[in-house]
Design a protein around this ligand. Sequence first.
Ligand code: NAD
Ligand code: ZN
Length: 357
Amino acid sequence: MSVISIHSNVRDYTVYFQDDCSFINKFERFSQRLFVIDENVWQLHGKGCLASIPKENLMLFTVTEERKGLKSVMEIYDRLMEKSAKKNMTLISIGGGILQDVTGFVASTLYRGLNWIFVPTTLLAQSDSCIGSKTSLNYKRFKNILGTFYPPAEVHIQTTFLRTLSENDFLSGLGEVVKLHIMGGRESTDSLILSLPAVLCREPDALLLAISTSLSIKLNYIEGDEYDTGRRNLLNFGHCFGHALETVSNYAIPHGQAVVVGMIFANLAALKRKWISYTTFDSHLNSLLLKSLSIPIHEKYLKWDKILDCMRHDKKRVGNGLVMIMMRENFSFEKVVDFSEDELRSGIEELKGVLNV
Ligand SMILES: NC(=O)c1ccc[n+]([C@@H]2O[C@H](COP(=O)([O-])OP(=O)(O)OC[C@H]3O[C@@H](n4cnc5c(N)ncnc54)[C@H](O)[C@@H]3O)[C@@H](O)[C@H]2O)c1
Ligand SMILES: [Zn+2]
């Protein structure tokens, strides 16, 4: 079993890459414990990997983006208080990014911090969200605007869970994996280009390597900037345009797929500003980005006025220009704050050509 140790201002914590499911039994060492488990995960793995979990310590949680709010947080507080939770209670969360966000918020606020363990079960949660300390809730129609910084004490990664993930959810996570490998530099990008077919087939060794590489690269960006005031911002590569596309499509385009399109857009812009060569643009596009995009992007979502409107509301925007994170030929990343409306308009036209729409 390999591990990654992470330093955080809240507490240092460890990611364990588990070879089998026996780690679940070891949670018995916590005499006061509540498992909060994504209902879908329980349906699929309750008789398998999770079979040893005692029913009296179990709370099932139905995961939807609408439920990522304070009401769900209060439901979990209620359940914990019914169990007379004290500061010595351990909360063990098993599920994807939504369950992580809701239970992480609970863990960080009840008694100002419970012992919290997270077992991520989606590709997105295993390769990206499980580290970095953010907990986020939606408030009314505003996404991720409430939150805290609170890392789990332990993260346990077991790729067996990924076998049952729907294709859409798998591809959503893949977008972040691709983003992190590109952000890691030439070597990690080239290695993902080679292993992509095996990753797409969910071959366990290829997944494990892609996940551990993604986390190591993310760690490099968050170390020293846990509170996201500088370098960590760069992890929004592909997200400036991607978020807008996701919103315009009314979430018909899964997050990770929107991020892939966002990276294609950012690279088109970088090519135009001569930040990257045509060779680099072409190799990322054809060997990695288009191969990771498996849903058609309808032209009706690529309306520049609607995308502009969303990008103007980007929470990271401070000045008059639009925000765009772009790469340079040496794989360094920069946040551009003067991206113009003209660049957006012409970029979208070029994007349509690249995507064949
Ligand atoms: N806190 C952070 O740092 C951070 C970072 C990125 C994203 N997020 C948040 O994460 C959320 C998205 O997370 P996600 O992509 O993991 O989605 P998710 O948690 O919504 O899970 C996606 C779907 O997969 C199901 N599922 C989970 N594990 C499964 C498994 N092993 N097999 C079959 N089905 C399974 C879930 O029930 C759900 O229907 C968003 O709300 C996003 O804002 C948080
Ligand atoms: Zn993302």
